[in-house]
Design a protein around this ligand. Sequence first.
Ligand SMILES: [Zn+2]
Length: 159
Amino acid sequence: MSTCDMCGKEAELVKARIEGTLLDVCDECARFGEIVERRAFRPKELPQRQAAAPKPKRKEILQIIVTDYADKIKNAREKMGLTQEEFSKKLNERVSIMQKMEAGQFKPSIDLARKLERELHVHLVEQYDEAGEIPLSTPKTKGEGFTLGDFVKVRKKHH
Ligand SMILES: [Zn+2]
C-alpha cells in the first residue's frame, strides 16, 4: 500500500496517465486518466532460504578391532620380512607399541589399525551397522575365528 498521487488515499495503486502525466494513483483516481500498468503484486521478498538440505542421517558404523589382531600383525610383518624395529619405523610408531600389539597387550586405535591394514594388507577392523547385527564386511576366511560371541563380548566392553 502506498499513497495515491492525486487524492492521497492509502490504496493499492495503479500507474495511470492523467492529463499527460504518469501518476501512481488509486483505482478511483485512475478513472480520470488512462491506466498504463497495474502494479504487479509483489510478494514480500522472502529471505533466501538457507540451502540447508538436511544432512542424510548417517548410519552409525561400529568399528571393532578384530580379536586376533596380534597374530595377524605379527604374521603379516614377518611375511614382509621386516623386524619390529623396521616396521615400526615404516609406520612411524614406537617399537614398544609394535611389541605390545603383537603380544596382544595393546589394541590399536582404529586409525592405527587402518594404517596397519594398508601396510600389511591384512584385515583388522570389523565394521557393523548401528544395529550391530549385520557385519558390513565379513571376510569369513578360515581361522578367522571371530564369532558373534566374541563380538558381543567386545561390544559390551565399549559400553
Ligand atoms: Zn486517488
